[in-house]
Design a protein around this ligand. Structure first.
Ligand SMILES: NC(=O)c1ccc[n+]([C@@H]2O[C@H](COP(=O)([O-])OP(=O)(O)OC[C@H]3O[C@@H](n4cnc5c(N)ncnc54)[C@H](OP(=O)(O)O)[C@@H]3O)[C@@H](O)[C@H]2O)c1
Length: 249
């Protein structure tokens, strides 16, 4: 019997969950548990880490998983690394559903940097109003540049004091729109954006808004993930899985 583990946390993972549910597939959806109220899925859902690659390998065996689809965020490299190692160990086929990185077009002013530390270094010395669109996990690195005002957009209100002193916090969950992000950047008089090159449509609006307003973007490149079978579309993943008519049978 085909039994799929879908590692989620992205819009694309939620779309794939819907397709699998409609196909009647036997599948488990997995969330890291980064948000207080994750989007409900039409599949049985578990939340939280597996306990590293070894924990995931044990999970695959215990649950009789036959296929793993890694549809995590492109910056969730630890999870992707563990998935590859666990699938090797348990001899379970793995594929990734990965959206293409964003590419600059005419009118974009993007500075590409390899990681968070380089993004901090790329900020100007003179005080600026920065939209720090990187989630909440790596904010502390920006404490090295306390001269800036930082706008943060978070899914949940912070439960602990933030590591940055001069901040404004907007609570919102994507997908975001161009009009909404234009208004956000203007309301906060933003000079500069720091973002991760996540790709996809849900978080793209801030880049289009930056172009419209002539703002510079410091764009953090994706972390390296080891070679694996990668698909760019949900249809390709569905084709890779055993035929839908046999899913769950
Ligand atoms: N994870 C997401 O849903 C998500 C969503 C939006 C953006 N991001 C971006 O990715 C960056 C890194 O995120 P991250 O810390 O979650 O990734 P990570 O560094 O790859 O994952 C750290 C650990 O979280 C657990 N984990 C991650 N995804 C999981 C899933 N789908 N199901 C079960 N456990 C999962 C695993 O714990 P164990 O080792 O215990 O198994 C994993 O080793 C963030 O800063 C953000 O930019 C992530």
């Amino acid at each position: 019997m085909t039994r799929i583990l879908l590692l989620g946390g992205t819009t694309e993972a939620s779309q794939l969950a819907r397709a699998l549910a409609e196909a009647g597939a036997e599948a488990i959806f997995s969330y890291a548990g980064r948000t207080a109220a994750p989007v409900a899925q039409p599949l049985p859902t578990r939340v939280g880490g597996f306990g590293g690659a070894a924990g995931l390998e044990a999970f695959l065996r215990d649950e009789g998983i036959t296929h793993v689809v890694d549809a995590t965020h492109p910056f969730a490299a630890g999870m992707s690394r563990n998935a590859a190692e666990a699938c090797d160990g348990a001899n379970v086929p793995l594929c990734a559903l990965e959206r293409a990185p964003w590419q600059a077009g005419p009118g974009d002013d993007w500075a590409h940097v390899p990681d968070i530390a380089s993004a901090v270094a790329a900020l100007p010395e003179a005080s600026a109003r920065v939209f720090l669109a990187i989630g909440k996990q790596t904010l502390d690195a920006f404490a090295a540049k306390p001269q800036h005002h930082y706008l943060l957009r978070l899914v949940d209100a912070p439960q602990a004091p933030l590591p940055l002193s001069d901040t404004a916090v907007e609570i919102a969950r994507g997908p975001f729109t161009l009009d909404g992000d234009l208004a956000l950047l203007q309301r906060h008089a933003i000079d500069l954006i720091v973002a991760k090159n996540a790709g996809g449509t849900g978080a793209r609006a801030k880049l289009d808004a930056a172009r419209a307003l002539g703002l510079r973007v410091i764009l953090i490149d994706r972390p390296e993930v080891r070679a694996r079978q990668v698909f760019a579309t949900m249809a390709e993943v569905m084709d890779w899985l055993p035929h839908p008519a046999r899913l769950g049978v």
